[in-house]
Design a binder for this molecule. Structure first.
Ligand SMILES: NC(=O)C1=CN([C@@H]2O[C@H](COP(=O)(O)OP(=O)(O)OC[C@H]3O[C@@H](n4cnc5c(N)ncnc54)[C@H](O)[C@@H]3O)[C@@H](O)[C@H]2O)C=CC1
Ligand SMILES: O=C(O)CCC(=O)C(=O)O
Length: 392
């Protein structure tokens, strides 16, 4: 039996995939944790936790490196909510271009005016906007969401520019040939009418949109931030709005300061909040959790490498989280050889500072073997997964 804890509400479509082997009561020590935006920084974790699945893309709410050090695999759900975000970006583009928020507020204010129809025609000129077609848009970050946004904007007949020095091969393949490649953030800000941010919040992207950069931005820029608040310092936005270099800031990450600024359109972090996206994310997160707990297979991890060997069905499987340093495989297989054990199948993958090893063995695995594997310098965690239908 595996115990699962959830730190946010996770769609039933995903949760009901957990079989009767899973205790979802949330009581006792968890083997796996599922969450959305809950902040895990500073949270005490039981030693029992082996896998954490973020039903979503951004993992800045999880100390992924600290957990890698503890042998806890953190997964996310790449692309599962990208379409939902793309559609909200479209709304952001339209809201900011057609003064929809102010116009709707104003028209509500005349609801008791018996001449509302006439007043509408007289006053509507105050809300005249601009069209998207023909305007320049820059997309910063061309991953799952940025690529969809870029392609959507080409369909709107916008002139689309993209910046992503780390673009993946698959994202590049999916990108319209109409998206023009730009070499730096400033070229985007200085030349575009609209800029949309789609990078993760990491050390290198924190405060990426500085006050200095915004000073030189094309006058009247509309800046959309559906990625993370920490990419754009509030002081920079305040100054840019006052100077007029930015005309409107659309953000999915409101706080008290932003809510009190004129020409800031705040949305309450709704980017991924559609039924479809919540279901997609939950299904992917639950599948990754079960795959790791039952088979030791790692999919969509952000702190350990992808490593899959199919179901742990016929043979016992040893799962090892280890540091990415020389001679780990040699030492591991050496111990199994000394114990007279035969390796039927083995896989070792690495990612950054960490590596992961899966071993299927023809023999029974005893406690002494596991203890010896654990004592290897650089081994972080060892787990035995008993075969479900063992061949004797
Ligand atoms: N508003 C919301 O509800 C949601 C917000 N998000 C945010 O959007 C972010 C992006 O999501 P996805 O597109 O799914 O992730 P992704 O991982 O598919 O794409 C991120 C892209 O950013 C690029 N990148 C990284 N560092 C960069 C840099 N310094 N400069 C330029 N590009 C850089 C990467 O190469 C990658 O192509 C997430 O990390 C999350 O913070 C994601 C989903 C929902
Ligand atoms: O779960 C959510 O609503 C937030 C989604 C999000 O921000 C993300 O996936 O990065």
């Amino acid at each position: 039996m595996y115990a699962i804890k959830t730190l946010n509400n996770i769609s039933d479509k995903g949760m009901k995939l957990f079989t009767s082997e899973y205790d979802l009561s949330g009581e006792g020590k968890a083997d796996g944790i599922l969450l959305r935006s809950y902040s895990m920084h500073g949270m005490e974790l039981d030693d029992s936790v082996k896998v954490i699945a973020r039903a979503g893309a951004g993992v800045n709410n999880i100390p992924t490196e600290e957990y890698a050090e503890k042998g806890i695999v953190v997964c996310n759900t790449p692309g599962a909510n990208a379409n939902a975000v793309k559609e909200l970006v479209l709304l952001g583009l339209l809201m900011s271009s057609r003064n929809v928020v102010d116009a709707v507020d104003w028209v509500r204010s005349i609801k008791d005016n018996p001449d509302a129809e006439k007043v509408v025609e007289k006053e509507k000129g105050r809300f005249t906007g601009q069209e998207l077609t023909g305007k320049k848009i820059g997309i910063i970050g061309l991953g799952a969401i940025g690529a969809l946004v870029a392609n959507m904007c080409t369909s709107l007949k916008m002139d689309v520019y993209g910046y992503d020095p780390f673009i993946s091969v698959s994202a590049a393949w999916g990108l319209s040939y109409k998206v023009k490649r730009v070499e730096n953030v400033d070229m985007i800000l200085n030349n575009c009418d609209y800029v949309s941010l789609h990078v993760p919040l990491i050390e290198q992207t924190k405060n990426i949109i500085t006050a200095d950069r915004l000073k030189n931005a094309k006058k009247g820029l509309i800046l959309l931030n559906f990625a993370r608040g920490g990419l754009v310092p509030e002081a920079a936005i305040k100054e840019a709005l006052e100077l007029g270099s930015v005309s409107t800031y659309v953000t999915d990450f409101p706080n008290n300061n932003l809510l009190n600024m004129k020409n800031v359109i705040c949305i309450p972090h709704l980017g991924a909040s559609t039924e479809e996206s919540e279901e997609n994310c939950a299904i992917m997160a639950v599948n990754a959790t079960m795959e790791f707990l039952e088979n030791g297979n790692i999919v969509n991890s952000v702190n350990y490498p992808e490593c899959c060997m199919g179901p742990a069905d016929k043979r016992d499987r040893i799962s090892i989280c280890n540091r990415n340093i020389p001679n780990m495989v040699g030492q591991i297989s050496g111990i199994l050889a000394e114990k007279g054990m035969n390796i039927a199948e083995m896989k070792n993958q690495s990612k950054g500072n960490y590596a992961y090893t899966l071993i299927d063995t023809d023999n029974d695995v005893d406690e002494d073997t596991l203890d010896r594997l654990k004592s290897i310098e650089g081994v972080i965690r060892v787990r035995l997964i008993k075969a479900r239908n063992k061949v004797s």
